[in-house]
Design a protein around this ligand. Structure first.
Ligand code: HEC
Length: 152
């Protein structure tokens, strides 16, 4: 009887874990890209708090962009590339200078640790997905996603 109870408990635990995992969606732009847990509401909330505190003054609420700085929830990243790894790198080391463009945003590596930057990237992707799902912006990946990478 004890064995049966134990087996049932383990079974219930496994079912619960698998169900939990399948709900926790992740996002990556291609198979080599950094995976971000867009379905993990805690990580998204943490990233959102950091974003409001450190980024929204320039990039706007929901990262929709302002006259000072570009949209970061429109699926288009012009300065380094649109993979999660490239967005992480842009936040970590600032925007790269290419010709007369870029170089206007400094590095955040001394302000935010790696996990905090990952949570911000997660927040940006979750916001982008929510905006696509609600029809607020059209899906930038419907066509060729490589076309969104500039200047490469
Ligand atoms: C003082 C204003 C300011 C703040 C604060 C700021 N940014 Fe920026 N950001 C900019 C500007 C301006 C650009 C455009 C880059 C350029 O012209 O060099 C930019 C560009 C970017 C890009 C590149 C966008 C692209 O199209 O590739 C990312 C990603 C980004 N910022 C993320 C962040 C995050 C995350 C934070 C907060 C941790 C943040 N920024 C805080 C001004 C700011």
């Amino acid at each position: 009887m004890t064995t049966i109870k134990y087996t049932l408990t383990v079974f219930a635990f496994l079912v619960f874990s698998v169900a939990g995992n399948s709900q926790a969606q992740t996002h990556q732009m291609n198979p080599g890209d950094m995976v971000v847990p867009v379905g993990d509401s805690e990580v998204v909330a943490q990233g959102g708090e950091i974003f409001s505190e450190k980024c929204s003054a320039c990039h706007g609420g929901q990262a929709v962009g302002t006259g000072r700085a570009p949209c970061l929830s429109c699926g288009k990243f012009m300065f380094r590339g649109n993979t999660n790894s490239e967005i992480f790198e842009t936040i970590y080391s600032g925007t790269p200078r290419t010709g007369s463009r870029g170089g206007k945003m400094g590095a955040f590596s001394s302000v935010l640790n790696d996990n905090e930057i990952i949570s911000v990237v997660t927040y940006l992707r979750a916001t982008e997905q929510a905006r696509i799902a609600s029809g607020e912006i059209s899906d930038p990946y419907a066509g060729n996603q490589d076309a969104m990478v500039f200047p490469e």
